[in-house]
Design a binder for this molecule. Structure first.
Ligand SMILES: Nc1ncnc2c1ncn2[C@@H]1O[C@H](COP(=O)(O)OP(=O)(O)OP(=O)(O)O)[C@@H](O)[C@H]1O
Ligand SMILES: [Mg+2]
Length: 476
């Protein structure tokens, strides 16, 4: 390989026919005399465009089958084949190494005449960048050369993370791997499990699955006025004026001894609310709450105790109606906000699959912005990156991107701040199955392509297929 030219922060590198490189791989451009190297990442590979090459190819087509090349005594054919098979790699400069020390900036260029261009494994680049930082390592998988790649668990801490890619590309698999590693390091996690596919994690010590109406119940008394009001307004769409009145109703129920039960509140509403429309608005929403299988009067699950007892809490949302799902998630988020604010529970990670299906995006923006300070660090998992609001996108610290082909999704991802768009677009489009492009904190801002490891426990996450259930599918 040879450096050809530099354009902005990219180098064009000639790759000769016997040399093999792949998109996403790293190269070192070494100038031994200066003891200086550039670390560059290949983001695109194309044929060289030398003058006359088109004429030559056409001529070759015309002559194919003739004897001209067989009698090519002075090897003209071989030289021209060499030129035709030489490629041009576009590589982004990620940093430089001087005296063995990596820096993310570069202030010099290696000699074009004398520098050597050689492949370097992603894991080696990562180890130069991180220099052993991070005590708690999560084994993510392997780089192109089969070396183990690990990321520091601390890199997820205090951060906002996105796992995205097209359907079936391995997002949930990676989320399970991260979740189980975090739990093993003692970090509390909460998973909103939309399809009941994280249940395998319960094989881990201290991880428990909760299902609304089975081992998860909430009373309005436990939820309190603020969380109940949040549900009424955010999920059930109670208008502002009625919401104010609901607060008063709650106070009256407490003061006059009606008791904080759904029937108690309905009694107060019937006795004290004159406006028929508001009365209906309040009662109909309380009736919806009453119909949720996990809302009941009397004993209640206490979220503060849950996190005392278990490290990992999986909330199985499968089988719930859309309203129930939203109510349950709202209960968790609203109560957690309060508990975290008051330091009753420790900071935790939240894994949210296809979050737009159960929470309004403006609400996520609020959670993401405020919760950073209180200690709720969200890992979003979605195949529709545009389902997350701009505010969320702007704040992402880590992104795991699996294969994407749709240009719209790629455009969206390439607009994430602190990632160079060209890298994401070009590499994510051609990732093999099971490979992920990791960008952000966890990789010290060295975009890395990693083949994700298998799980060391049964995952329970396989998509059902018709023919898995058909005993004999072969035609007679
Ligand atoms: N690194 C891996 N090693 C082994 N199996 C994997 C790996 N990645 C994914 N799989 C398997 O591939 C299948 C699809 O993966 P997964 O469910 O994680 O995809 P997904 O991106 O979450 O899909 P969807 O968009 O449908 O939710 C699963 O059966 C999973 O177990
Ligand atoms: Mg999935």
């Amino acid at each position: 390989m040879k450096v050809y030219r530099k354009d902005g922060d990219t180098l064009d590198i000639l790759v000769f026919p016997h040399e093999v490189i792949r998109k996403g791989e790293y190269l070192l451009v070494r100038d031994e005399e200066k003891d200086y190297s550039l670390v560059v990442q290949v983001i695109d590979i194309k044929y060289i465009d030398s003058p006359g090459i088109l004429d030559e190819l056409v001529r070759e087509g015309l002559l194919s089958g003739s004897t001209v090349y067989e009698n090519d005594l002075i090897n003209v054919g071989r030289a021209s084949k060499f030129i035709k098979d030489t490629k041009l790699a576009t590589a982004v400069i990620r940093g430089s190494i001087r005296g063995g020390v990596f820096s993310s900036i570069y202030n010099d260029l290696p000699s074009r005449a004398d520098s050597r261009v050689e492949r370097v494994s992603t894991s080696r680049v990562l180890s130069m960048v991180s220099r052993g930082s991070g005590r708690l390592r999560i084994v993510l998988g392997r780089d192109f050369d089969g070396n183990l790649v690990h990321i520091p668990a601390e890199g997820l801490d205090g951060s906002l993370t996105l796992i995205t890619g097209m359907k079936g590309s391995g997002k949930s698999h990676l989320a399970k791997l991260l979740a189980s590693s975090l739990v093993r390091y003692g970090a509390p996690i909460l998973i909103f499990d939309l399809n009941g596919e994280y249940l395998g994690l319960a094989n881990e010590k201290l991880v428990e699955v909760f299902e609304g109406g089975r081992n998860l119940f909430f009373s309005l008394e436990y939820l309190g006025r603020d969380a109940t009001l949040d549900i009424m307004v955010n999920v059930l769409g109670l208008p502002g004026v009625s919401a104010n009145l609901f607060s008063e109703v709650w106070d009256i129920a407490v003061r006059r001894g009606y008791g904080i039960t759904i029937d108690g509140l309905i009694n107060v509403i019937n006795n004290y609310v004159r406006n028929l429309m508001i009365r209906d608005a309040l009662i109909s929403r309380l009736m919806i709450l009453k119909s949720c299988r996990f809302i009941r009067d009397g004993s209640s699950t206490r979220l503060e105790d849950l996190f005392d007892k278990y490290r990992g809490v999986i909330v199985n949302l499968r089988g719930l109606s859309s309203v129930e799902r939203k109510v349950l998630v709202e209960i968790f988020l609203s109560k957690l906000v309060g508990l975290l604010e008051r330091d009753v529970i420790p900071p935790l990670f939240l894994f949210a699959e296809e979050a737009h299906l159960y929470v309004r995006d403006t609400y996520w923006e609020d959670i993401v912005t405020r919760m950073r300070h209180f200690g709720l660090f969200v890992v979003f998992i979605t195949n529709q990156p545009d389902s997350l609001g701009h505010e969320v996108f702007r704040q992402l610290d880590n992104i795991f991107i699996f294969r994407f082909q749709n240009d719209h999704d790629l455009d969206m991802l390439s607009r994430i701040s602190n990632v160079d768009g060209a890298t994401v677009k070009s590499i994510a489009k051609d990732l093999d199955r099971g490979r992920v492009l990791v960008v952000g904190n966890v990789v010290g801002n060295i975009p890395s392509v990693v083949e994700v490891s298998r799980l060391d426990y049964p995952a329970f996450g396989d998509t059902k297929r018709v023919f898995d259930y058909v005993v004999s599918a072969s035609p007679e």
